[in-house]
Design a binder for this molecule. Structure first.
Ligand code: ADP
Ligand code: MG
Length: 816
């Protein structure tokens, strides 16, 4: 029988309870079990035959047999099979209704009983008509043969056909044909077969001995065999398992649990390649509980596994990158809370990763005074851009660190899910920046020094010239005055030059005192008249009503000088430089400068009729080192200094300029409210300064200067002892300390500095009085010196009046 199993049902036929025969019922096909109704039907036939036998035995009465036969007929009618009985000649003997129904036999046949008509009608419906006819012919020729067949209909139906000889008392009396419609069963079977064959997963049945009984195409392909036959021959444990020992474990689990589900196995292909699979299987038991087969599905996950490994690898790359990045990285959720942070973050901020998880980044690293700036990354969700900023952040211990911050939104599927915050410690960079700036400054001071040397030479030439004139004028005192005036003007200019240098270097303290700006301007104009080319006209429109401001007169002078020099440079062919001053209300200024909070401001306008500037230049003029002038001419520091000075005075500056039409700088300086006008600082007149009779020790290594000082002091009545250096000064002081009321010393002395000299003297005499003079002192050192007990400090070069006033003031302070 083609693919199948034949099931037999044997039922005894009894006569008066004794078994006289066996009714054999056979069923062929893929089905393995008998349906209960079929069993019942077979049993009822055997019962009937028994009854019939009994009846005929008992009375052989025809009647009884007839009854029995009619019962038999009734039973036949109730079966699902179509049955047709023919005699030995092949003439139709009987059939049941089901037969007519299955073959769709028309009514007329039941009436006409025309055998040929029936046969034609039947054959007509079949696909293989010739095959059927020759089988019929063969069976009629061989009445003892049985036959089974599947009939395919043109309309798609499928019948199972069974034909067997009919015997009575050992003689063949005819033949019974039975037909069953198996169309539905067939299509179900086919469907399953298709499912089985077309499954992408491997579907198999295997034996407990470890061979495949059946396996689908997917299996042949996955395991790399050329045919199903080849695959059915392999030994699963050794040919299919990558490691044959795994098979034991697998079978153990299957036996214990009764199934395996997604069991991970490593198998191999015919060529030895490794396969990662998941297997799901169940055993098949026989009725005695013995495992006769395994059924299962194998799912190939090799690719998946490889992809997973690749992903894992990639993840570990990124993890390592994250962990080892020299920049501190935090991952924030959309509420600014830290999800994770890397090692560099810990190194910058000292917080351990566990401490920071779940905390808001701003609470953690933004220093309290920057809270306003605050919400450093949480602003991101609104605009989803990248933020970059350089600022200060706070470490765990509260100390500050310079950082560059970059924020990136983390967007997944178009939705913002968090933020990367990247922090770079820029302390070193900042330090370098400062150094670089300092270096630039030095460089430009170098450039400047060239110009200053030139100016100084002029000044010295002037002084020298007039000094020689003085020699000659000894006899004409009326001419002397002119020379001394010129000399002192020249010295004044030299002093101004040095101040400018110091301001460039930003090493002067800002003195805050009352300043009359109009006077500063008038003085400046005087200076400019002497030094600027004659082609430049100078004009001033100064409001006489303006009050004094609080500031550093030297620095303000410097500002105006720098603006003037720029104006001069802008007017190479000449022009007019105008200064004007006026009072304006803070309210009006506020429109331009939001932080102009004072009530009143002094406006100083410096305008020229020069070349002007274009927009590109104008936007950069306050930058340090920005210059449009040729190398050696410009330093780019002029306006940077102006800007810095004005800022230090809480003032404002802006500029109006039109190319070829001139430039006006507006400087606004706040006028202090409610402070009395203290502008009139008395000019100290030499003649008006008191002298004295005390003995003074003058320490100065410069002979000319020492002589000058001695002369000035002696003229006012003092007794002067001179020393050329610190060593000599100490010797004199220690031998004659009783006499000496005050020591006047230069700061920069050979051997011992002025300050060290003071300390030495003080160690001997707590009450020593000293006035120190120096060209320049670091503001810090200066305050230290004054704190340590040096009575006064005078800036070199000083006028005789300043020296005399300082000496008198110090001497007059009573000691306690
Ligand atoms: P420097 O004078 O050394 O170039 P500053 O800082 O004083 O440096 O000025 C910067 C630049 O600003 C100048 O090089 C010049 O281009 C421009 N500038 C300043 N003042 C004027 C002005 N009054 N007229 C035209 N340009 C000016
Ligand atoms: Mg300049």
């Amino acid at each position: 029988v083609p693919h199948g199993i034949t099931s037999m049902l044997d039922i005894p036929i009894r006569l008066y309870g004794r078994v006289v025969g066996i009714l054999c019922h056979e069923h062929t096909g893929l089905r393995r079990e008998w349906a209960p109704e079929e069993q019942e039907f077979a049993a009822s036939i055997s019962d009937m035959i028994s009854l019939a036998l009994e009846a005929s035995e008992r009375n052989r009465a025809e009647e009884s047999l007839k009854n029995t036969l009619s019962l038999l007929t009734a039973t036949l009618e109730s079966t699902a099979d179509g049955i047709l009985a023919v005699d030995v000649e092949g003439k139709v003997a009987s059939f049941n209704k089901k037969f007519l129904e299955l073959w769709r036999i028309p009514e007329e046949f039941t009436r006409s009983r025309d055998d040929n008509l029936l046969l034609n009608f039947v054959v007509d419906q079949l696909v293989d008509q010739q095959g059927f006819l020759s089988k019929v012919k063969y069976l009629y020729a061989n009445p003892e043969k049985e036959s089974y067949d599947i009939l395919e209909f043109k309309d798609g139906r499928v019948f199972e056909r069974y034909s067997q000889p009919q015997r009575v008392g050992g003689n063949i009396v005819g033949r019974v044909w039975s037909f069953r419609d198996i169309t539905a069963r067939r299509s179900a079977e086919e469907k399953y077969r298709n499912l089985f064959e077309e499954s992408k997963d491997v579907v198999f049945i295997s034996t407990p001995e470890g061979r495949f009984q059946d396996i689908n195409a997917a299996g042949i392909e996955l395991f790399g065999y050329s045919s199903k036959g080849e695959l059915l021959n392999i030994d699963i444990a050794t040919d299919l398992y990558f490691n044959p020992m795994d098979r034991e474990q697998y079978q153990k689990e299957l036996a214990e649990k009764g199934f395996v589900k997604d069991y991970e196995l490593t198998l191999k292909r015919k060529n030895g390649e490794r396969l990662a699979v998941l297997e799901t299987a169940t055993p098949v038991w026989d009725e005695r509980g013995k495992v006769i087969a395994f059924r299962g599905i194998i799912h190939d996950v090799t690719g998946q596994k490889r992809a997973q490994e690749a992903l894992q690898l990639q993840r570990s790359y990124f993890q390592q990158l994250f962990e080892n990045s020299p920049a501190g990285i935090v991952v924030l959720d959309t509420e600014d809370k830290i999800m994770t942070a890397n090692r560099a973050f810990h190194e910058i901020f000292q917080h351990s990763i566990d401490e920071v998880r779940g905390r808001k980044i701003n609470d953690l690293v933004v220093p309290p005074y920057l809270k306003e700036e605050g919400t450093e990354l949480s602003k991101l969700p609104q605009n989803r851009s990248v933020v970059q900023r350089q600022t200060k952040r706070m470490r765990k211990d509260g100390s500050l660190v310079d950082v560059g911050i970059t924020g990136y939104p983390i967007v997944i599927d178009d939705e913002l899910v968090g933020i990367y915050g990247i922090y770079v410690d820029i302390t070193e960079q900042k330090k370098l920046e400062v150094q670089l700036r300092q270096a630039h400054k030095l460089e430009s001071i170098g450039t400047l020094a060239g110009g200053i040397a030139h100016d100084f030479n002029n000044i010295l030439a002037m002084i020298l010239g007039h000094v020689s004139l003085i020699e000659r004028y000894r006899e004409k005192p009326e001419k002397l005055a002119h020379s001394t005036k010129t000399i002192s003007a020249a010295v004044e200019r030299g002093t101004g030059l040095v101040r400018q240098l110091l301001t460039f270097a930003r090493k002067t303290e800002t003195l805050m005192e009352s300043v009359r700006v109009n006077e500063v301007i008038e003085e400046l104009i005087k200076l400019l008249r002497e030094t600027f080319p004659r082609t430049i006209d100078l004009a001033a429109k100064l409001d006489p009503q303006i009050p004094s401001i609080i500031g550093d007169p030297n620095q303000i002078h410097q500002v105006l000088l720098n603006l003037s020099v720029n104006a001069r440079d802008a007017m190479p062919m000449g022009g007019t430089l105008t200064f004007d001053t006026r009072l304006i209300r803070g309210e009006d200024l506020k429109k331009r400068f939001l932080d102009a909070h004072e009530e009143k401001y002094l406006a100083i306008n410096v305008s020229d009729t020069g070349l002007g500037m274009d927009e590109a230049t104008r936007s950069r003029i306050f930058e340090p080192f920005f210059t449009t002038k040729e190398l050696g001419k410009g330093t780019g520091l002029g306006l940077a200094v102006v800007y810095g000075v004005i800022g230090a005075h809480r003032g404002h500056i802006d500029v109006e300029s039109t190319p070829q039409a001139g430039t006006t700088f507006h400087v606004y300086l706040p006028i202090p409210s409610g402070i009395a006008d203290v502008s009139q600082v008395k000019k100290i007149e030499f003649a008006g300064v008191r002298g004295g009779t005390e003995t003074l020790l003058v320490v100065e290594d410069e002979d000319v200067l020492r002589d000058l000082v001695k002369e000035v002091l002696a003229e006012k009545g003092y007794t002067v002892i001179e020393a050329r250096d610190g060593k000599e000064a100490l010797d004199i002081y220690f031998s004659r300390s009783g006499e000496i009321a005050l020591v006047i010393s230069d700061m920069g002395l050979p051997k011992i500095s002025g300050y060290d000299l003071f300390l030495e003297m003080r160690s001997r005499n707590q009450a020593v009085k000293m006035v120190l003079a120096s060209g320049y002192l670091e503001p810090d050192l200066r305050s230290e010196i004054l704190k340590s007990g040096v009575k006064d400090f005078i800036q070199k070069p000083y006028t005789p009046s300043i020296l005399l006033k300082s000496v008198r003031d110090v001497l007059d302070v009573s000691d306690h």
